[in-house]
Design a protein around this ligand. Structure first.
Ligand code: ATP
Ligand code: ZN
Length: 298
């Protein structure tokens, strides 16, 4: 085992787990799992992943048990606001957005209640699993309300007479609708992020964390990128290249035995839809091929 590995805290079993493990794979980490399955030890780099509950990730990164973590922004912010409310330093920073685990933390009301903006919360009870983010929002709007912390199933609090409003995580809105709650204000747009400890780390850990950060950037960048190849009449070249979505200067290659046409290759940093191909065809392009991009390093 290496002396100073980079330790990444990852959710053990939950919504973020499959994409987090896939990300470790895509940044090239080859690992063995410990017998209890809670530790992944890198075989090809001094990197370990610790599989834990998502709520524990910010604290593990703050106290230096882990050097980095993949966690929902909602969980990271809740810990940050809790620590700041207690006059403590945060101890970690958000360094990258991962683009999965999208959801929002929103205030929802009962059908019988009115909503005239945040002031409707004045003097009311709000049930939430995110008491510190909720309190931060109330403070920003100068509202005095009672925040009631719930560990889970926040959405049933109003029906039980425990609260007037809820502040809960929403993705499709189906859970709120099933409980006859109406979403009003979004107080945090969330997605998974990389957090990094603000404690000092060794030169080896810094080297590998920077390398992983670069690779994660590459993985995120290629997610929507496509490699497109096509043939275009020379006279239509300008029109065709203008239609390529999000591409920088394309590569233009002569075609053997053909003076009127060239081959055009380009990386498009946006998805290439059927409509784009149809527009390219109308502009004169033929033999179009769209391929996924696996890795990219700028
Ligand atoms: P753990 O056992 O690790 O504590 P959990 O039950 O708290 O798991 P999950 O439900 O797996 O957590 O959610 C993990 C994260 O997924 C959330 O903190 C949030 O960032 C994100 N997420 C995305 N969509 C939703 C959603 N609809 N409801 C809840 N969380 C969501
Ligand atoms: Zn959790």
């Amino acid at each position: 085992m290496t002396k100073d590995p980079v330790k990444i805290a990852v959710q053990k079993s939950g919504r973020l787990t499959p994409r987090s493990l896939e990300l470790l794979d895509r940044i090239g980490l080859d690992y063995d799992r410990s017998p209890d399955q809670l530790l992944c030890v890198g075989r090809n780099m001094p990197v370990e992943a610790l599989l834990v509950r998502d709520d524990d990730i910010p604290e593990l990164v703050r106290d230096g048990t882990c050097t980095m973590g993949f966690v929902g922004l909602n969980v990271a912010r809740e810990t940050e606001y809790q620590r700041r409310a207690n006059g403590q330093e945060c101890g970690f920073e958000v360094v990258q957005e991962l683009g999965f685990g999208q959801c929002r933390l929103a205030i929802a009301r009962q059908e019988t209640d009115q909503w005239n903006g945040p002031q409707s919360l004045q003097g009311k009870r709000i049930a939430t699993s995110y008491p510190h983010i909720t309190q931060h929002y109330l403070d920003q709007h100068n509202i005095d309300a009672q925040v009631i912390a719930f560990a889970g199933s926040v959405e049933i609090a109003p029906a039980l007479g425990k609260s007037d409003f809820v502040c809960d995580l929403v993705s499709t809105g189906a859970t709120l609708a099933a409980n006859k709650l109406i979403e009003e204000d979004v107080i945090l747009e969330s997605h998974s992020v990389v957090i990094r400890t603000t404690r000092s780390t060794s030169a080896q850990q810094d080297y590998w964390m920077d390398k992983l950060t670069q690779r994660i950037d590459g993985v995120i960048r290629v997610q929507h990128s496509k490699y497109i190849m096509l043939h275009a009449p020379i006279k239509a070249l300008a029109a065709v290249t203008r239609l390529l979505p999000g591409s920088e200067a394309p590569t233009v290659i002569p075609l053997q035995g053909c003076n009127e046409k060239v081959a055009v290759h380009a990386v498009c940093r946006e998805n290439v839809f059927w409509e784009t191909l149809e527009d390219l065809k109308a502009a004169g392009a033929t033999a179009m091929l769209v391929l996924p991009v696996e890795k990219m390093l700028a």
